[in-house]
Design a protein around this ligand. Structure first.
Ligand SMILES: [Zn+2]
Length: 143
């Protein structure tokens, strides 16, 4: 697994580990679609993607395409970091609360970290940053 700066000074991307439990998510990610599992028993939308419900322990899920929309639940601006991340600092780490419920630890891109519009409650939309091997890394930008 390698971390290398992506072109145009964007945030670094890492090739994700894809396994049978997460393959539907990554097939969607490679196509720029946010595909998530929903528990067949209790309806809970599961993050991180896996075929196990952390709410009721069911192992039957149905994968569906989420809206890719959400709001910033919390965030921080990282101004110093090591390696490839240091080269792109400052950058934003955030929890985004998806319309479907889960809170996703991610990055906010497409906005200057010092922009006053960057705030809790900001409406954001999923964007996919490509990896060298054709996967998509989920990040969010202002809607
Ligand atoms: Zn469940």
């Amino acid at each position: 697994m390698s971390t290398e700066p992506s072109p145009r000074g964007h945030l670094p991307v890492v090739e994700p580990p894809v396994n049978p439990d997460t393959a539907p998510y990554w097939r969607g990610a490679a196509e720029g679609r946010l595909v998530l599992p929903r528990c067949d028993r209790c309806g809970f939308v599961i993050w991180y993607p896996r075929e196990f419900c952390p709410e009721c322990a069911a192992t039957e899920v149905t994968w569906f395409e989420a809206t890719g929309r959400g709001t910033v639940y919390s965030f921080t601006v990282t101004r110093r970091a090591h390696g490839a991340w240091g080269e792109v600092a400052p950058f934003v780490i955030a929890y985004v609360e998806l319309t479907e419920g889960p809170r996703v630890l991610t990055n906010i891109v497409g906005i200057d970290p010092d922009d006053d519009r960057l705030a809790i409650g900001l409406e954001v939309t999923a964007v996919w940053e490509p990896t060298p091997e054709g996967q998509g890394i989920l990040r969010f930008a202002p809607t």
